[in-house]
Write a protein that binds this ligand. Structure first.
Ligand code: MG
Length: 211
């Protein structure tokens, strides 16, 4: 039987001057292809809420809120606008249905990307500081679902915790501050140039695109 050649993961490297590596999570640490379609097929019974979540997320882009509480107040009010449900139902659905479903699907169908595995190994070998900076919540749950030891990271943070989705210069500066990192020796790693790349550029840090 002919053997099927597996595509080799692309070589990834980190410049010697880099001391801190900040990873995006979804699409960067794991390949998220197929996840959106799976979410729709699992949550077809609440499709209007799923669409309202997309709508609220789009509306929250490029808005800086003073706190996580303000971010989610806006988010759930926007999700409820023009619908029969109120913000509190949107909030319950988001935390009790939407995020747990995403975590379950990641556990079942998704794996760590080879490039991410290589980069994480390289960071450990060189003793670099690492962080996860994600636009979504449930960071620990997703890392556990992917069998990734979350305690290896120096910081786990979601964009809403900092009051704004990516790209946000104040939030990126806050992440650097929490890590006591210099942007000149920091590398952002992500699958979206318009989000992760723009975040890196906003603070003058380097960016590595994984896609
Ligand atoms: Mg991503």
């Amino acid at each position: 039987m002919p053997s099927v050649a597996r595509p080799k993961p692309k070589a990834v490297a980190i410049d010697d001057k880099i001391r801190t590596v900040i990873f995006d999570l979804d699409g960067t640490i794991y390949d998220k292809r197929g996840l959106a379609a799976r979410m729709v097929s699992r949550l077809w019974w609440c499709l209007p809420l799923l669409m309202a979540e997309r709508f609220a997320r789009r509306n929250a882009h490029y808005v800086q809120f003073a706190s996580e509480e303000e971010f989610f107040d806006f988010f759930f009010v926007t999700m409820a606008r023009g619908h029969w449900w109120g913000p509190r139902i949107a909030e319950k659905w988001y935390h009790l249905v939407y995020l747990p479903t995403m975590v379950r699907l990641i556990r079942r169908y998704h794996r760590i990307r080879p490039e991410a595995r290589t980069l994480l190994r390289l960071c450990r070998k060189r003793g670099l500081q690492t962080a996860i900076y994600s636009d979504y919540g449930s960071v620990i749950e997703k890392l556990e679902a992917l069998n990734i030891e979350y305690a290896q990271f120096d910081l786990l943070v979601s964009a809403p915790q900092l009051g704004a989705l990516k790209p946000s210069e104040p939030s990126a500066r806050r992440v650097l501050e929490l890590l006591q990192a210099d942007p000149k020796t920091t590398l952002f790693v992500g699958d979206r140039d318009d989000k992760d790349g723009a975040t890196a550029r906003a603070v003058g840090a380097e960016f590595l695109l994984i896609n």
